[in-house]
Design a protein around this ligand. Structure first.
Ligand code: ASP
Ligand code: MG
Length: 427
């Protein structure tokens, strides 16, 4: 079987013309090899599209138009910087995509929130892939653009689509193998994060889902290694955005990586590791600013332990406490009813804890999902909630690590196992 390298470039790597040039210069080092690229939306485009969607759904014509043109200018400016030939087909490609998006936003929303979300938010990757593709071709690389909606086939769970592995593998093998086998040194490029459901509508795999796309492709191609190029030197023991002097981890086991991702470490999308582990594919996390450095390797490690505690922070959480109205105990029937309601509202509890008379969960304070959830719960239970709380998880904690996190904060909930502590805190 041929060895295709799978590279994923995240939003931060392509947030400017300079970023796009840097990606091209990294690929220059792999000239002559078979490389499949997966690209995210540029910079903070996905969030910008979420805001655009908000304006569209709330029929706020002023911010809708403002946000639309901001997004358009951001992309058009990058393209002007990259392409001196103003007749280059990339300009036409951008015009077409923005035209489609604008036409969509002029019609009343068809379908439920999650479905409309995917149709709008997927433009981030459609735009970035067009720009990167044209630029790589201009740089003399032999790159073919594949539409991820023809490769990644999913069900209709919009915003969190489940992959149809059988069909997806066939598509990837058929389309990508054919391309890579047809000549040496070929590269392919596709969008991360997006796929399509059986009727052909666009779906997305959940925020930060491009890593998962790279893993799906790596799995289907049975590659040896998947590389995620990031703006950090590798997997760190905490996010430098809030933690001083984090340590880089040289290696991690699949198991540990799954745990970290599950608890919300944003370095890797939670679903990414499993397919790689199943096919024993190494995952490398590397810096696009320092392509020589080895980064972090995630692979099958048995007797191995982390050199330091790992800290994970989730902000914008809500702690919800649910108690039976009559002060009766929380029983299995209540729990099963509560879980039914959570699942119907597609709300995932990051931490849950129960006492005799109440059941608490900590979850993302999602402005779309939480209010209707609370309304339904309040019909049946006494519900108290604390928003603006933070959830910290420390893997392989010690007391010093806990003290470092809880200093000057109030602890609302603490839950310990041998390897992990969860702390729900408020300032
Ligand atoms: N662009 C998407 C997001 O920002 C997917 C990704 O970057 O992985 O969530
Ligand atoms: Mg991103």
């Amino acid at each position: 079987m041929m060895n295709v390298k799978v590279f994923k470039f995240g939003g931060a790597s392509v947030n400017s013309a300079e970023g796009v040039r840097n990606v091209a210069s990294i690929l220059e080092r792999y000239r002559g090899e078979s490389v499949m690229l997966v690209v995210s939306a540029m910079g903070k485009t996905t969030t910008a599209l979420e805001n655009l969607l908000q304006s569209y759904l709330s029929k706020d014509a002023v911010t809708l138009s403002e946000r639309f043109y901001q997004l358009k200018d951001f992309h058009v400016d990058i393209v002007h910087e990259l392409f001196s030939d103003k007749e280059h087909p990339v300009f036409e490609a951008l015009k077409r995509l923005f035209g489609q998006l604008q036409a969509f936003l002029q019609l009343p929303p068809a379908g439920e929130y999650d479905e409309v979300y995917d149709q709008v938010v997927s433009y981030g990757e459609l735009l970035s892939s067009q720009i990167l593709h044209h630029f790589l071709v201009l740089s003399g690389l032999d790159v073919k653009l594949f539409d991820a909606r023809q490769l990644i086939l999913t069900d209709r769970s919009f915003r969190d689509a489940r992959v149809d592995w059988g069909k997806t593998q066939l598509r990837i093998q058929k389309q990508l193998f054919t391309w890579f086998q047809s000549g040496k040194g070929r590269m392919g490029l596709t969008q991360g994060f997006i796929g399509s459901e059986p009727m052909g509508l666009t779906t997305t795999l959940g925020r930060e889902g491009s890593d998962f796309t790279a893993a799906i492709i790596g799995y289907a191609l049975r590659t040896k290694e998947v590389t995620i190029w990031k703006d950090v030197p590798g997997v760190l023991n905490a996010d430098p955005k809030w933690f001083d002097h984090p340590q880089k981890l040289d290696k991690l086991s699949y198991r540990e990586a799954i745990e970290l991702a599950y608890y919300g470490a944003t370095i890797i999308h939670p679903k990414t590791i499993k397919p790689l582990e199943n096919a024993n594919i190494r995952l490398r996390v590397k810096s696009f600013r320092d392509p020589e450095a080895p980064g972090t390797i995630i692979e099958n490690l048995q007797a191995w332990s982390l050199p330091c505690p790992v800290y994970i922070r989730k902000t914008n959480q809500v702690l919800i406490s649910i108690s039976p109205r009559d002060f009766s105990f929380i029983m299995e029937e209540n729990l099963s009813q509560i879980f039914g309601i959570l699942s119907r509202h597609r709300v995932r509890a990051h931490v849950m804890q129960n006492s005799a008379i109440s059941f608490s969960i900590c979850t993302d304070n999602d402005p779309v999902r939480i209010p209707p959830l609370l309304t339904e719960l309040k019909h049946l239970y006494t519900v108290r909630f604390n928003d603006a709380v933070q959830l910290y998880t420390i893997r392989h904690y010690d007391q010093e690590a806990i003290n470092r996190i809880t200093a000057e904060k109030k602890v609302l909930l603490e839950q310990k196992t041998r390897s992990t502590v969860h702390l729900v805190l408020i300032d």
